[in-house]
Design a protein around this ligand. Structure first.
Ligand code: AKB
Length: 300
């Protein structure tokens, strides 16, 4: 999906191509298929996952499969199956096979009753989407199994991730990827959020680096098992303004979609990531200015 391929590329550089296996239920593009080991794996097929783990001597599992916030609301039953049953399979397999486990969480794990600016690691979490509910469930199950059975469970709450070659699918923050594509192609972006909707965001290379650095952090440095990670927060209006410094003709029109606007309005506007910075040295490289330059000039 949006995140797995880039993370695999970064891990393969450090650990060797053949030591990182990518999986999906969809046929990957040819360059991904040629780039290293790739297998079909369905998170709902417990026995097949077990076979893959045993046959390949897996030690670390990075569990990225999930339906995102907006698409999850459109298909709650499927989101429950993939995001909750799929996670249970992965947790059971991790325990059974002594795997170390990374599972991402999200700004979507918070809701309207959480503090919004900034949201700390530990606070009220009452999300109003099935995606958020499944992510809080994942955070709690992983931490429970860590405390009860010593599972090396690690979880980062990602902001909206601005990817390069791999588009997101069905999220509330997707506009922040699409606006760059539209700016470079048609020069017009129709935004499904209001111009003043502020959300935490991150360039994908920061997201991958945070993930690898966190997975590599010695256990004794971790005071938590689930951390917020921040880089920047912006509104559609602000990112459009920044893009216009390079492409002055960009036109943005607004046609708020009620589902995604309601979701965005319930999410934090800023992450407090001071624990990640203190415990394992998290520091982002990209703010809004750098993001816009790299997206428009180097990696559109
Ligand atoms: C979404 O918008 O659903 C995701 C997320 C913030 O977790 N990108």
């Amino acid at each position: 999906g949006q995140l797995g391929m880039g993370l695999a590329e970064m891990l393969r550089k450090q650990y060797g191509t053949d030591n990182v296996i990518l999986s999906d239920i969809k046929k990957p593009p040819p360059h991904i298929f040629r780039s290293g080991p790739f297998v079909y794996a369905d998170v709902l097929d417990y026995k097949h996952l077990r076979e893959l783990i045993i046959n390949n001597q897996i030690t670390w599992l990075v569990h990225y499969s999930a339906l995102l916030s907006a698409v999850g609301e459109a298909n709650v039953a499927l989101a429950r199956k993939i995001n909750i049953t799929g996670l249970h399979n992965v947790l059971d397999l991790a325990l059974e096979n002594c795997l170390r486990l990374f599972v991402p969480s999200t700004i979507g794990a918070f809701g309207p009753s959480s503090p919004r600016d900034p949201v700390p690691d530990l606070c009220v979490q009452r999300p109003r989407t099935i995606y958020g509910v499944s992510k809080v469930h994942g955070e709690l199950m992983g931490e429970y199994l860590h405390h009860k059975h010593g599972l090396d469970f690690r979880c980062l709450r990602y902001p909206g991730v601005i990817s390069v070659n791999t588009p997101p699918g069905g999220g509330t923050t997707d506009y922040a990827v699409q606006i760059f594509h539209d700016a470079l192609s048609t020069g017009h972006h129709e935004c499904y959020l209001r111009p003043d909707t502020r959300l935490p965001m991150m360039h994908i290379s920061d997201c991958h680096r945070a993930t690898v650095e966190f997975m590599q952090a010695p256990e004794c440095q971790l005071s938590l098992r689930t951390y917020n990670i921040a880089a920047m927060s912006f509104t559609p209006e602000e990112v459009a303004q920044e893009i216009r410094k390079h492409l002055p003709q960009l036109k943005v029109t607004y046609s708020p979609d009620s589902v995604r606007q309601t979701i965005a309005d319930s999410w934090p506007v800023r992450f407090d990531d001071s624990n990640a910075r203190r415990d394992w040295g998290w520091a982002p490289a990209f703010g809004l200015e750098e993001l816009v330059v790299i997206k428009l000039v180097y990696q559109p």
